[in-house]
Design a protein around this ligand. Structure first.
Ligand code: DC
Length: 256
């Protein structure tokens, strides 16, 4: 997607003018990153990358091959050899490991509870961050841009992204959303999800390599009490402010 030259993106460096749009969406689990990122990508006709799914895919592979998730060297080797393939259509994102689709498998509670340990391994991160950068570069070239969600996109993976959002919500609301996603209904389930989310937040924020962090130039959006549509509109406003053309809601942009 080319910058809308008429809207005066004067705050942006000349070096980035005319290049594609990368929207970095970071934040803790359950903050609504996936829903919002996919909707923004659809509206702008861009691609979509869920980097969390990549960490989940390595974790799923570790569990299915009985690799010790406390063994950093074993995980590093596993990640080095694994071929992870990400489909970046926001309407139907996909993930495969060694040519096998694992879209459902990566969402199990077992993977969710083990993924923080795997994503804390520096060599695993190096490998996946390199692949994420390649995907971003290729899709900017092919489709004009991409919306990328994760924990370290604005700070590490794409520090030059013209639009950076740090999406958050209260812990209670995030747990409720996660529980709903998992098809849970009971209060005990929500309490359990809340406890697990708290543990994962703590691990993701305190790890020594690329922890969950708000980039200094990211805009914080607290989605507590907001609908997904309202958050999407806020992100689109940031894209327009950065000088990119945003099509009206009734005419969703698609890549030419
Ligand atoms: O967004 P998610 O819940 O699917 O992410 C799964 C895990 O992967 C989460 O515990 C944090 C980690 N993660 C990460 O460390 N860096 C990213 N860019 C994305 C996810």
């Amino acid at each position: 997607m080319q910058r809308d030259q008429g809207s005066g993106a004067d705050a942006e460096s000349a070096g980035r003018r005319g290049r594609g749009l990368v929207v970095a969406v970071d934040g803790p689990g359950g903050s609504g990153k996936s829903t919002v990122s996919r909707a923004v990508a659809r509206r702008l006709g861009l691609r979509y990358l869920d980097t969390g799914a990549m960490y989940r895919a390595v974790t799923q592979l570790a569990l299915s091959t009985r690799t010790d998730i406390e063994d950093a060297d074993a995980l590093a080797q596993l990640a080095e050899r694994a071929v992870i393939t990400c489909g970046t259509d926001p309407d139907a994102p996909t993930i495969a490991v060694n040519q096998v689709r694992v879209d459902a498998e990566i969402r199990t509670r077992a993977v969710t509870n083990a993924v923080s340990a795997v994503s804390a391994v520096a060599a695993v991160r190096r490998r996946l961050v390199a692949q994420q950068r390649q995907i971003i570069e290729a899709t900017v070239e092919e489709a004009g841009g991409i919306v990328v969600e994760g924990r370290d996109i604005g700070s590490v993976v794409a520090p030059d992204a013209p639009v950076k959002v740090f999406l958050t919500a209260s812990t209670e609301e995030r747990a409720l959303r996660r529980s709903r996603e998992l098809g849970e209904r009971g209060e005990d389930d929500v309490a359990r999800t809340l406890a697990e989310l708290g543990r994962r937040d703590q691990l993701d924020s305190s790890r020594s390599v690329d922890p969950l962090a708000k980039a200094p130039d990211a805009v914080v959006l607290d989605s507590t009490g907001m609908s997904a549509d309202e958050v999407v509109e806020q992100v689109l406003k940031l894209c327009a402010k950065a000088g990119f053309a945003v099509p009206a809601a009734s005419s969703p942009g698609r890549p030419a």
